[in-house]
Design a protein around this ligand. Structure first.
Ligand code: ME8
Length: 493
């Protein structure tokens, strides 16, 4: 149960051509829950997120806005940083791919792969989708359009650098076949069947005549293809090749990404790494897409929710809770304000909020706010199935872990209803209130990765210090002075 190891988790880095959407918020929150859970287990964690700034689409958007591109990205990055702050994201670093360090390391890796003989110059002729910042084949198109961006790709012919991706075909197949390289399995199978139906082709990794982007080393006429530089963020941010953090944390334990960019992470990235003599990451964890009220997020159709607004209105914890509780890992899910309100009112305010306020009030009334010592009621404590929560977390079934925690919260409420402590006194009452206070201490630990601010509020009201997973054992609570605070959650209409 207790790890003493290192745990490195990353999210994708976001394009800054527009403000963040709810999908960006979702990804950061899920990674944050996993990062916080690992810290709770006693691991030393490094959590990385950031922005993908060298993309042509950022420069296009700046042009449309009539703002110099650097100014434009500098301004938009703030929304993403602010999103992290607002959502209580515990990232250890926020990488921007316009950082000098990242530019240098991207060029170093390009050079390394070139020297290995895995990069060559040729002519590229094909279809380029600006939305994907990627080249498509006829096979990828649906009705002549990129299925992801609903736009026809542009034909392109230019001299370019190519990466010998084909050389790594068998290596990548083997990697994909190894257990847990891509989670969930269905997402792994998608990649495998794509490779098996059509062997890997070499990949064009430069663009000509672009103003914005990272120069190909020793060739200013070409910019490095944005995906080649973007993926490198995962190692540049921790100081590849000599930095202490790189030595400590690489290979990454988890790259958390959305399903649309699985190919880049499960196929292209490991091939780049192997070529550069760097170990591939351990796991690519793929999440599904969020819709808003059942519709695909679309700026042009006005289907979007500003995550910053929604957090301002409901608070970070209800939004975090909804993301983790509502959408099983790997599946698509819907974000609706109604679902958020329902979960906030029922599960957060009623189940958890009321449990705390009932217990706090009873301890105030009967023991002047001093938590009594007592004996834990095993009938209640047995209803907490910690091993099962841990198993769910190991499998990234966050929704099941939360359901399991909530089973226990409800069991505590039922326990109060059954025991009717307000009719009791003496030793019997002491034991019941001790059992409940100790249960709340444990609940506070278990919910802390999901809803950290709420966990802190519970600790404040119970006069507790934050605990870690090894403190999830009944009977550890030693006294304490209650400090009644506000309701954990206010119900909304
Ligand atoms: O793809 N629901 O950036 P991005 C959930 N810069 N997640 C979603 C989503 C949705 N509706 N739409 C997108 C990029 N995402 C690249 C990544 S990584 C080296 C470079 C996810 O801003 C998407 O799949 O378009 C990705 O994981 C993340 O949001 C950023 O998307």
């Amino acid at each position: 149960m207790i790890g003493l190891g290192r745990f490195y988790i990353t999210t994708a880095i976001d394009y800054v051509n527009a403000k963040p959407h709810i999908g960006h918020a979702y990804e950061k929150v899920i990674a944050d829950i996993i990062a916080r859970w690992q810290r709770l287990r006693g691991e030393k964690v490094f959590y990385l997120t950031g922005t993908d700034e060298n993309a042509e689409k950022n420069s296009q958007a700046a042009k449309e806005a009539g703002v110099p591109v650097r100014e434009f990205v500098d301004k938009n990055v703030e929304f993403f940083k602010n999103l992290c702050k607002t959502l209580n994201i515990s990232n250890d670093y926020f990488i921007r791919t316009t950082e000098e360090r990242h530019i240098k390391i991207s060029q170093d890796i390009f050079r390394k792969v070139l020297e290995k003989g895995d990069i060559y110059k040729d002519f590229y002729e094909g279809l380029y989708c600006e939305g994907c910042e990627g080249y498509l084949t006829e096979k990828d198109l649906v009705g002549g359009k990129c299925p992801e961006h609903q736009k026809p790709p542009k034909p392109l012919r230019e001299e370019a650098y190519f990466f010998r991706l084909s050389k790594y075909n068998d290596h990548i197949v083997k990697l994909l076949e190894s257990p847990n390289f891509v989670i969930p399995k269905e997402k792994r199978n998608e990649m495998l069947s794509r490779i098996k139906s059509d062997d890997l082709k070499d990949l064009c990794i430069s663009r000509k005549n672009l103003y914005w982007g990272i120069d190909v080393p020793d060739d200013k006429n070409h910019k490095i293809y944005v995906w080649f530089d973007a993926l490198i963020n995962y190692v540049s941010a921790i100081g590849y090749p000599d930095g202490g953090k790189f030595k400590e944390f690489w290979p990454a334990d988890i790259h958390l990404i959305g399903k649309g960019i699985n190919w880049f992470h499960s196929v292209i990235w490991p091939a780049m790494l192997i070529s550069a003599g760097i170990k591939p990451p351990k796991t690519i964890l793929v999440h599904g897409y969020l819709t808003v009220n059942g519709q695909k997020i679309s700026k042009s159709l006005g289907v979007q929710i500003d995550p910053l607004e929604i957090v301002k209105k409901y608070g970070a914890d209800p939004v975090r809770y909804l993301f983790a509780r509502e959408i099983p890992m790997g599946e698509d899910g819907d974000f609706s304000e109604q679902a958020l309100k329902d979960r906030l009112n029922n599960e957060l305010a009623n189940d958890l909020g009321n449990l705390l306020s009932r217990v706090v009030k009873m301890i105030e009334k009967s023991f002047s706010g001093n938590v009594p010592q007592g004996k834990v009621d095993e009938k209640l404590s047995k209803q907490l199935r910690v091993e099962s929560i841990e198993k769910y977390m190991d499998k990234f079934e966050l929704h099941n872990a939360l359901a399991e925690i909530w089973n226990f919260i409800r069991a505590c409420n039922r326990y109060i209803n059954e025991k009717e402590p307000w009719k009791l006194e003496g030793k019997e009452l002491q034991d019941i209130l001790y059992t409940l206070a100790d249960s709340l201490r444990i609940i506070s630990i278990l919910i802390s990765p999901f809803i950290p601010a709420t966990s802190e509020k519970i600790n404040e009201q119970l006069g507790l210090k934050p605990g870690i997973l090894k403190d999830v054992k009944f009977g550890l609570l030693k006294g304490g002075k209650i400090k009644r605070g506000e309701h954990l959650f206010n119900k909304v209409k």
